[in-house]
Design a protein around this ligand. Structure first.
Ligand SMILES: [Cu+2]
Length: 236
């Protein structure tokens, strides 16, 4: 009798688990590809000689600029792809999951990232040197604080949508961009120039792309339940 109850309970659990994903995660996926036509920009070597601790942190290895990383095939890394319009008045709670930006080898890692409004972002110093992280926000209060020691961490968050540039006041070559959105539908392209956005409610959207050197573009896309839509952006 007891065993039968256990089996019945397990079966009920299985049914619930099987039904849950389609009910919760209904929606489609967007796969974006970002390319650059014409001449491929060259990455430059960053001169870190002003701070020997930075040179040491990189074991003397050369560090390249990250403002325009384009593959031989023209694929653009570090572009932000996001839903620009089409969500109507839907509101979204920020994830409790923290994001992270690290100062390592006197470079921000990652160079470009996205967060949601209200989502905690941990700023870390992994270097044996002083960094001062300074946000150049226009639509919200900027932050500006020092992290003089390795291992220091501080959480920040953002209240309004914008792409915020962050710089280090000590090392002029250090910059990063943080895309802040009031919804969870945004991603940064990888070195293959691709980014994907999952669980988009079905509908018509304007999808935007932003790149620090190549600028902004947008395109209309239709998202259907359970399907993958694709969009390709090409900078001239
Ligand atoms: Cu610095």
């Amino acid at each position: 009798m007891k065993a039968r109850n256990v089996i019945a309970g397990t079966l009920a659990g299985l049914v619930a688990i099987t039904l849950l994903p389609s009910a919760v995660f209904a929606g489609g996926t967007l796969k974006a590809t970002v390319k650059k036509d014409g001449e491929r920009p060259k990455r430059k070597v960053i001169d870190q000689a002003a701070d020997p601790n930075c040179v040491k942190a990189n074991d003397g290895k050369k560090v390249g600029t990250e403002n325009a990383i384009v593959s031989k095939g023209g694929e653009v890394m570090n572009a932000i792809v996001y839903v620009k319009d089409g969500l109507g008045d839907k509101t979204f709670d920020p994830p409790t999951e923290k994001k992270e930006i690290d100062q390592q080898g006197c470079i921000y890692r990652p160079h470009v990232m996205t967060v949601m409004t209200g989502q905690p972002l941990t700023v870390k110093n992994n270097d044996d040197t002083l960094h001062n992280i300074h946000s150049f926000a226009k639509k919200q209060r900027a932050f500006n604080f020092a992290q003089p020691q390795k291992g220091m961490e501080k959480d920040v968050d953002f209240t309004r949508e914008e792409i915020v540039m962050v710089k280090c006041d000590v090392h002029p070559w250090m910059s990063a961009y943080i895309g802040v959105f009031a919804h969870p539908f945004h991603a940064v392209t990888d070195k293959e120039g691709t980014a994907s956005i999952a669980d988009l409610p079905p509908g018509e959207y304007t999808i935007g792309v932003w790149h620090e050197e190549f600028g902004e573009k947008d395109a209309k896309v239709t998202i259907k339940d359970g399907e993958e839509a694709t969009v390709e952006f090409t900078y001239e």
